[in-house]
Design a protein around this ligand. Structure first.
Ligand SMILES: Cc1ncc(C[n+]2csc(CCOP(=O)(O)OP(=O)(O)O)c2C)c(N)n1
Ligand SMILES: CC(=O)[C@@H](O)[C@H](O)COP(=O)(O)O
Ligand SMILES: [Mg+2]
Length: 584
């Protein structure tokens, strides 16, 4: 009976007591551990399976936590977490009250930097290396970054700066030739040629004053360990290029790397996904976007679709398949995506720029400087707006209403259902003379028969959904579903305001003159979001009504199921109902 190694490892210190020839066995056990837990608890699978050997080697060679590891994005750090004292609680991964799905400083001394958004690791690690030098400390600083993440602008900024320092910094480029979807761009081609040996010797990494080594097999423990040991003795900036396979060790995950990036529940013994429930359900908002843009693009040849590295997550993949020369995956490059769209708009094209709400934070200046200031009619589709669930604080799209609301010329719309999303997309492509941001949540909507004929919407017009006497509830976006449920038997009015900008002031004057108490509800921060707009309206017109704002409080919301998190912040139907009853 093979001796179990993983059971005895609760820290890298114990890992480092193993003989090197025991490490392949440890890799087998660690891979199995990850598969067994993610099969039932869900999460990011492929990336972590791809770096099992690399993770073991890094903690074996370097004296962690004194030597600092920074995992880029951090979705591949399940092995890191299991080896650094969280094995026995790893089954709480991404669950409310459990450990985060990404490295988090407050979770462990081994998590040197909080991650979740890509391409931050080189900058953060350089910061640590410069600090160590200034403090006279002699430690190693290692950034582990993927082939898609290193192609992002911020990663290049980190490389560019590192190259003119003598920082003791090692970048491990984990090259598996894929992001969530196949990685794109000239750098991808370059790395492919390097791997094939057909690349002329103009090594761009060496050109940036890095000591470049590799490419080596990222699953060959002996090779990685000996190369890491050698690199420990090399001064200054270094880059080790390792080749791995995303999903390594689970056949289905290797064969369908996109699906198994985050496969949901699957049979750990066979790797097969669990069968989907047969019942008819409303569509995912992303698919309403993805299928509708295909419908519209077929009728309007000016329509373009753009995604920064999320063709599957945004469902722009349908347009990429159907009309490939009018759909662009620009890689992890949100800033470039926005300004690319702006450039296209100057030439009369109609770009739908689809970016997750949280990732659009990366391109805030581009929205202001390159789009709104020039009043260019870019159509921003912000998927994953609001609480997203298990990805937690780094991924909740809860700031977009606040961070966009202060930008002049920008229309802001939030559909309460799939039909509204389709109709605003249809309306926007008819031709606007200014940009618009359309924000909608992760997951399914509420309408089974959603594919209804298009109807143009009046920009800036809200809608009454329910008539009552006691007070008025004003909601924005898909959270209307919870409000509808909350007030089902209450004598209160409910308005879907639909637009945060421009506000339906005619409707608002009517509401303020009719109801003493007004409650706003939004799946977004109350600090500067939709509720703040209503408060500003009341102040501007000297209304003395009682106004209460419900939304995300002024703190970061952790990970958990969306329903759990909505309850936590008081946005579930029951909490909304209780609140209304408490102030009637
Ligand atoms: C700024 C930002 N944009 C998009 C994402 C979504 N995202 C998560 S992982 C990933 C692909 C990362 O690919 P790579 O760097 O090659 O790492 P791998 O998964 O292959 O290990 C993307 C696009 C993100 N986390 N951050
Ligand atoms: C790790 C990362 O940033 C992405 O994989 C993100 O988790 C995708 O989110 P969705 O699952 O909502 O598409
Ligand atoms: Mg990759």
């Amino acid at each position: 009976m093979q001796k179990q190694l993983l059971t005895h490892i609760n820290s890298p210190k114990e890992l480092r007591t193993l003989k090197q020839d025991e490490l392949p066995q440890l890799a087998i056990e660690l891979r199995e551990f990850i598969i067994n837990i993610v099969a039932t608890k869900e999460g990011h699978l492929g990336a972590s399976l791809g770096v099992v050997e690399l993770t073991i080697a890094l903690h074996y060679v370097f004296n962690t936590p004194e030597d600092l590891l920074v995992w880029d994005v951090g979705h591949q750090a399940y092995g890191h977490k299991i080896l650094t004292g969280r094995k026995n609680i790893f089954d709480t991964n991404r669950q409310l009250g459990g450990i985060s799905g990404f490295p988090k400083r407050e979770e462990s001394v081994y998590d040197s930097f909080g991650v979740g958004h890509s391409s931050t690791s080189i900058s953060a690690t350089l910061g640590m290396a410069i600090a160590s030098k200034l403090k006279g400390e002699n430690k190693h600083h290692i950034a582990i970054i993927g082939d898609a993440s290193i192609a992002s602008g911020m990663a290049f900024e980190g490389l560019n700066h590192t190259g003119v320092t003598d920082a003791n910094l090692l970048v491990v480029l984990n090259d598996n030739a894929i992001g969530i979807d196949p990685s794109v761009g000239a750098l991808k081609q370059y790395l492919t040629n390097v791997k094939k040996g057909t690349q002329k010797r103009n090594n761009i990494i060496e050109a940036l004053n890095f000591d470049y080594s590799g490419p080596i097999d990222g699953h060959d423990l002996e090779k990685i360990i000996s190369e890491l040991e050698r690199l420990k003795t090399v001064k200054g900036p270094k880059l080790l290029h390792v080749i791995t396979t995303k999903g390594k060790g689970l056949k289905q995950a290797e064969n369908d790397q996109v699906k198994y990036h985050a496969p949901g529940k699957f049979d750990a013994s066979t790797g097969d996904l669990l069968p989907k429930s047969g019942l008819i359900q409303p569509p995912k908002y992303q698919d309403v976007f993805g299928l509708t843009i295909v419908e519209l693009a077929k009728q309007n040849e000016k329509i373009i679709g753009i995604t920064p590295a999320m063709p599957t997550g945004s469902s722009l993949k349908y347009l990429m398949e159907e009309i490939p020369d009018r759909a662009f995956d620009v890689g992890i490059a949100e800033q470039h995506a926005v300004t690319l769209a702006a450039g296209m708009a100057t030439q009369g094209l109609i770009p739908f720029c689809n970016i997750y709400s949280t990732f659009l934070q990366r391109a805030y200046d581009q929205v202001i400087h390159d789009v709104a200031l020039q009043r260019l009619p870019v159509i921003f589709c912000l998927d994953r707006a609001g609480l997203v669930g298990e990805d937690g604080a780094t991924h909740h799209g809860v700031f977009d209403l606040a961070y966009l609301r202060s930008i002049p010329n920008l229309i802001i719309f939030a559909p309460r259902n799939e039909v509204e999303l389709r109709n605003i997309m249809y309306t926007a492509q008819l031709g606007l003379d200014q940009p618009i941001a359309i924000r909608y949540p992760r997951g399914r909507g509420v309408t089974i028969d959603w594919k209804q004929p298009f109807k143009p919407l009046d920009i800036g017009k809200g809608e009454q959904l329910k008539q009552g006497k006691q007070l008025a509830v004003l909601s924005i976006g898909a959270i209307a579903k919870n409000v509808t449920e909350a007030i089902i038997d209450l004598n209160v009015s409910h308005y879907d305001m639909r637009f945060v900008k421009p506000l339906d002031e005619v409707l608002l004057h009517n509401i303020f003159k009719t109801y003493h108490t007004i409650i706003t509800v939004e799946d977004g921060t109350v600090k500067g979001g939709f509720g703040s707009t209503i408060l500003e309206f009341a102040s501007a017109y000297n209304y003395k009504n009682r106004i209460k704002t419900l939304g995300i409080p002024d703190n970061f919301v952790e990970h958990g199921k969306v329903e759990e998190l909505q309850k936590l912040v008081g946005l579930d139907a029951e909490s909304i109902r209780k609140f209304i009853l408490s102030i009637q």
